[in-house]
Design a protein around this ligand. Structure first.
Ligand code: SF4
Length: 384
């Protein structure tokens, strides 16, 4: 059974927006994507309301392939299972090697379910109880398998599940992140490691938040995490500690910038809906595409080319930016260089002196004029 989310206080407006569809919960991946583009209220509201963004994108038009391939998911799962087999024997070996733990064994608390219950609440409650016990016992040797951590994201409760939290080592607990991309000769793809580090930073903040909530010093959580990868394309595990201080500062800063999505959702008309359900008798959508578009368009967005790597709606937003000639489709540098201009066509017209600038556009018009003059001089020099 999939986990069920409790109703967060004050989320009635967001739940109404989702309609009868099952809630899609936050993940560390979603939160790191939010922090990449914190100015996009559209995505912030969709995630907070638990809207199925892939399903919504499919209703809005053609979609681009997005997310992990089934092959990558299967590979990841198999590698995780291998690490966790035989009472986490391979993970414990890595902990010993990387963290110099002089302990051969540790108990494992499997928090994938509590009893037979896979819901968030019992798992989060049991996670809190175990963390309290670990904090009280300096020699506690319990690894937490898929603990459920909570973090307030823009006024909404996020339930986050790291692969594992190490047993207590010295005065620290370590977040463990398991990925299936390879480390070859001790080197892994820097971009993928950075992405894993951002996710780990989200988990560290969530673990600290849970510890603070139960009256435990949050500095018990280490500022490094253990990244576990397959070694040299074989399935032997390789682990290394990665420093997180920079990512922690960045994620903390970006989370603080995310606006309160409840307030944004409250500005939508009461009838606004993104219900993607179908009528069980006819199989037809219960809400028309025009209505969905109307609601999506009522949510302010901030498109940029980086959206293509991190948001299911990127094709829809990019098509709209191209259609409108929005400078944002050329990137945030261009967008920020053209304040007050809604289209590249207006920028060209101002640059060529074909459009009289308004008072607010005078500065940018002067800069565009200078740019045209410099380009003309450069081209003349190059031709000589
Ligand atoms: S693709 Fe659209 S909704 Fe997604 S982050 Fe970019 S602008 Fe926001």
């Amino acid at each position: 059974m999939p986990p069920t989310s409790p109703q967060a206080p004050g989320s009635i407006r967001l739940d109404r927006l989702r309609g009868s569809m099952e809630r899609q919960d936050y993940s560390a991946r979603k939160i790191t994507a939010l922090t990449v583009n914190p100015g996009c209220e559209r995505r912030a509201v969709l995630d907070a309301a638990g809207i199925d963004k892939s399903g919504l994108a499919a209703r809005l038009g053609p979609t681009a392939p997005f997310g992990q391939s089934p092959f990558a998911i299967t590979r990841q799962r198999a590698f995780e299972e291998q690490l966790k087999a035989n009472g986490y024997a391979e993970l414990i070996t890595l902990l010993r090697a990387e963290l110099e733990v002089p302990v051969a064994e540790a108990a494992v608390a499997d928090l994938n379910t509590v009893g037979e219950n896979a819901g968030w609440w019992p798992r989060a409650g049991e996670t809190r109880r175990l963390l309290g016990a670990i904090a009280a016992d300096h020699d506690a040797r319990v690894i937490l398998d898929h603990p459920v951590l909570t973090l307030n994201v823009a006024g909404t409760n996020a339930y986050l599940v790291p692969d594992a939290v190490s047993h207590r080592i010295g005065d620290h607990l370590y977040i463990v992140v398991i990925k299936s991309f390879a480390a070859v000769d001790g080197q892994a793809d820097a971009g993928k490691v950075a992405e894993a580090a951002k996710q780990a930073a989200v988990y560290v903040l969530a673990l600290r938040s849970v510890l603070s909530g139960i009256g435990v010093d949050p500095t018990l959580v280490a500022e490094k995490f253990l990244l576990v990868l397959p070694k040299d394309f074989a399935n032997r595990p390789y682990g290394r500690l990665v420093d997180l201080r920079q990512q922690l500062d960045a994620v903390r800063h970006q989370l603080a910038r995310l606006g309160r999505v409840e307030e944004r959702a409250a500005t939508l008309p009461p009838e606004a809906t993104l219900d993607l359900s179908t009528d069980p008798r006819t199989g037809h959508p219960t809400v028309g595409t025009d209505e969905l578009v109307h609601t999506v368009e009522a949510l302010p967005h901030l498109y940029g080319p980086r959206c293509l790597d991190m948001c299911e709606l990127s094709r829809y937003c990019r098509d709209a930016a191209l259609r409108d000639g929005d400078p944002a489709h050329l990137g945030s540098v261009v967008r920020d260089s053209l304040p007050g201009l809604a289209s590249t066509a207006a920028a060209y017209a101002l640059a060529r002196g074909e459009l009289n600038p308004s008072a607010a556009q005078e500065e940018v018009a002067a800069l565009l004029g200078d740019a045209v003059r410099l380009r003309t001089l450069r081209l003349a020099g190059g031709a000589a």
